[in-house]
Design a protein around this ligand. Structure first.
Ligand code: SD4
Length: 329
């Protein structure tokens, strides 16, 4: 496997660790701060384009942001070609596909499932946890029982093609405790945040997590405040990347709190990335990216390394955008 070399583009961090992305500090990064006056959907990675269409179908009929984000990420969960979300996801080291998801609306209602096996749409189970129980989070066998009690669709995982890849991986990786390399092929998630026509905010996040992770591992995606956070008073944020690093700084909550204290969405996403950088000595493979919308419809994104893109759907178009970043690989 090719060893990645990364070059640091002199990011000069000020007292607050805050430097606006500019050509001087980020040779390839551009700023994509923007503002919308109508409904908006942002979601992580290329698969966000199709997911945004699902969400937009709800928003353009005057539906709520909460319904939109659920319907949107369900598109990705059902995509059998996607290896990091839902039914087509890769398993852990023991061959189990374990799914993590959460959903949150601007009024602080939220629901989450983690370490869930055999259910096609974990995000909908997360929503049912939010709406039908007094709890926020159900995991493992309890989450599965709850999903079955409520009649959620089951699915056989891993699918055959993924199982073959896994068997090959087992042959080639006798040392099962080796740190896997994080890259686009083995590690992405859908995090989606949306604003509806009434200005209401919501978000959802769903993943099969880190491919070939330890059995029992849960990442940031189902953790309210890490993979997702929404507060109608301020804004919404979601995360993708190495979940352990995102959890360490309560990533999405951090982004929202920074916006509360006056950072723009992009500045807040950048500062969350910088905080992760400051807390880790070994940055190899440590890709994380954030998306944010504030309550006024301003939006932004940022990632640690180049290569994080996101899909933005507004009344004009659905487009893929390269996020600004701090470092090149
Ligand atoms: C996780 N954050 O399980 C997820 C995976 C991801 O890009 O987002 N990868 O750590």
């Amino acid at each position: 496997m090719k060893r990645r070399q990364f070059i640091r583009f002199g990011a000069v961090v000020g007292a607050l660790g805050l430097v606006k992305p500019s050509k001087a500090t980020n040779i390839m990064a551009q700023s994509f701060e923007g503002k919308t006056n109508g409904p908006l959907v942002l979601s992580t990675w290329n698969h966000g384009l199709a997911a945004n269409e699902g969400a937009w179908a709800v928003l353009q009929k005057g539906g709520t942001a909460l319904d939109a984000v659920e319907k949107g990420v369900m598109v990705t969960e059902a995509d059998l070609t996607n290896r990091s979300v839902g039914v087509g996801g890769r398993p852990d080291r023991e061959g189990h596909v374990t799914l993590d998801a959460c959903i949150m609306s601007g009024d602080a209602r939220c629901g989450s499932v983690a370490f869930l096996e055999g259910i096609a749409h974990p995000v909908s189970v997360a929503r049912a946890v939010m709406e039908k129980t007094q709890h926020v989070m159900l995991v493992g066998a309890g989450a599965k029982k709850f999903a079955l009690d409520y009649g959620f669709q089951q699915a056989k995982m891993p699918i055959d093609e993924v199982k073959k890849d896994y068997e090959q991986w087992r042959k080639e990786n006798k040392d099962l405790f080796k740190k896997p390399e994080i890259n686009h092929e083995n590690h992405d998630t859908i995090g989606m945040i949306a604003m509806d026509a009434n200005g209401q905010l919501a978000g959802a996040c769903t993943t099969s997590g880190w491919a070939y992770k330890m059995h029992g591992r849960v990442g940031d995606s189902p953790i309210i405040g890490a993979g997702l956070f929404v507060d109608q008073e301020v804004g919404a944020a979601t995360a993708t990347g190495l979940g352990e690093a995102i959890i360490r700084i309560a990533g999405s909550h951090t982004v929202v709190e920074l916006m509360r204290h006056g950072f723009s969405p992009q500045e807040a996403c950048k500062e969350a990335c910088m905080r992760i950088i400051r807390k880790h000595n070994d940055l190899s493979g440590l890709q994380c990216g954030f998306l944010a919308i504030d309550k006024d419809g301003n939006y932004g994104a940022y990632s640690i390394y180049a290569g994080f893109n996101f899909a933005k759907h507004d009344a004009q178009k659905n487009e893929l955008i390269d996020a600004p970043f701090d470092r090149n690989w």
